[in-house]
Design a protein around this ligand. Structure first.
Ligand code: PHE
Length: 464
């Protein structure tokens, strides 16, 4: 029998699915981006807005995405082809696959730094720092080297490809079952160290005591973008993982569990990082460099910092790896399902192309630093394009597709599979899902998108 006749793989268990999907969700978005975004946007008040975005938009769209994949048991392009005849909707699936490719290319650059920083931590590099500037200089000396940055990108991509090559059960599910619990334990360890530092309460206040005066329209845009990115929404990663989910499993509770895991890990990372940053009197609003500039200084000054720094960069690396495998799986599943490639060939060809696409992003920290488009270097440009435009647009279109095109008449019976008991009791939860998906998500995401494209200013000016 040729491999073409074999049935498509499924996750072995509901737990396997949840850990893999949570692995996709929990990543650099939680541990690198969330703390620095919170730090630069005023702390607790931002967190409240972010939690609202996750609950009102993130969770409903996540459930819609998983449901689409589980219904058709296909990749994003195949999913839209199975449910609609319109070329437009097929191209939404294709945009997702493309977005996955682009995200992987720059994601792997930062993931590569986290890999490289494990070795910096082991070598004890952070203990030579005299002041904050020396941490920045050290980071720059590494990222200014094309060999280091492209080398780390290559190593990280090879690790990602080696997991995806083994397939869903043997590769993604098995590795997530080991890596996710490990990540959780390591993170709790780092958080406990942060909480036991003198002065840790200042960090907790910053995180949990809102100052509403710092909130602006921009805060909501950033919070929504972050909600999409951190839950891996809007480009078909969750659809692809959903397509390997058994219809016997409950997609509703799985979605809730994924959101809870992702949100708690972001918050725990926030506690771990800000207790330490404030206890040592450093700047919470350091921005993108918070983890690579500020934390190494924190580690160098605290008792036990040598071990904490190694643990921290290992957990950052694990978080990035379980997300990168989901990004590569999206394109891989497309070529395996639609183009009938064998998995190993798909993984190596596509991983290779993603690596090549990542090189310009990596080089925008050194030789290509002066190449700018719309005032952004290549790395910032692809980040902006995916984070602010492609993911919200994809999420918007998926919400519209499920609520208005495919329709709840067809979606609800699918959703019920594996969730029969829940459906007997839960009238209002399902009702809320429908309302959020049909009205709230499309309207809010649309406003945010207009704003990202600077069209909102243009329109409001028209009326002034
Ligand atoms: N959710 C991942 C993170 O938080 C990033 C990601 C986005 C992964 C989109 C897959 C798809 O780091």
């Amino acid at each position: 029998m040729s491999f073409l006749n074999q049935p498509r793989e499924n996750f072995g268990s509901k737990l396997g699915f949840i850990l893999a999907a949570a692995g996709s969700a929990v990543g650099l978005g939680n541990i690198w981006a969330f703390p620095y975004i919170v730090g630069s946007n005023g702390g607790a008040a931002f967190i409240v807005i972010y939690l609202l975005c996750v609950a009102i938009i993130g969770l409903p769209v996540l459930l819609a995405e998983i449901l689409l994949g589980r219904t058709t048991q296909k990749n994003p392009v195949g999913t839209f082809q199975a449910l609609s005849n319109s070329k437009f909707w097929h191209s939404v699936g294709a945009m997702g696959v493309l977005a996955g490719f682009i995200i992987l290319s720059f994601y792997a650059v930062v993931a590569g730094w986290s890999f490289g920083y494990i070795f910096e931590a082991i070598r004890g590099s952070f203990f030579n720092f005299e002041n904050a500037q020396s941490a920045i200089d050290h980071f720059n000396s590494l990222t200014h080297s094309p060999i280091w940055i492209v080398g780390m990108l290559a190593l990280f991509m090879i690790l990602t490809m080696s997991i995806v090559a083994f397939g869903i059960k043997q590769g993604i599910e098995k590795s997530s079952k080991v890596m996710m619990p490990l990540l959780f334990i390591l993170l709790i360890g780092v958080m406990l160290r942060g909480l036991t530092l003198d002065g840790s309460s200042i960090g907790l206040k910053f995180l949990f005591n809102p100052d509403w005066s710092v909130i602006s329209g921009n805060t909501i845009i950033i919070a929504l973008g972050q909600a999409f990115f951190t839950l891996s929404l809007g480009m078909g990663a969750m659809m692809t993982y959903g397509s390997y989910m058994s219809k016997k499993d409950n997609a509703v509770t799985a979605s809730v569990q994924i959101v809870i895991l992702d949100t708690s890990i972001a918050l725990i990372a926030g506690v771990a990082i800000f207790t330490a940053v404030f206890a040592l009197g450093l700047d919470p609003a350091e921005g993108v460099g918070l983890i690579f500039h500020t934390l190494p200084i924190v580690f160098s000054k605290m008792t036990g910092g040598y071990f904490v720094s190694i643990i921290f960069f290992i957990l950052l690396f694990i978080a990035a790896l379980t997300s990168a495998i989901s990004l590569l799986e999206v394109v891989t599943s497309y070529f395996v399902d639609e183009k009938k490639w064998n998995r190993k060939k798909a993984v190596f060809v596509l991983g290779g192309i993603a690596f090549i696409l990542g090189i310009p992003s990596a080089l925008s920290f050194n030789v290509l630093a002066d190449v700018k488009f719309f005032g952004m270097n290549i790395f910032d440009l692809v980040f902006y394009l995916t984070f602010n435009i492609m993911l919200p647009l994809g999420g918007l279109l998926m919400a519209i597709f499920v609520a208005w095109i495919w329709g709840f008449d067809k979606a609800l019976p699918e959703l019920k599979k594996g969730a029969e008991q829940l459906f007997e009791k839960a009238g209002w939860q399902i009702y809320l899902w429908k309302i959020f998906l049909k009205y709230f998500a499309p309207v809010l995401i649309f406003i945010v998108l207009l704003n990202s494209l600077d069209l909102l200013d243009f329109i409001t000016n028209l009326f002034e």
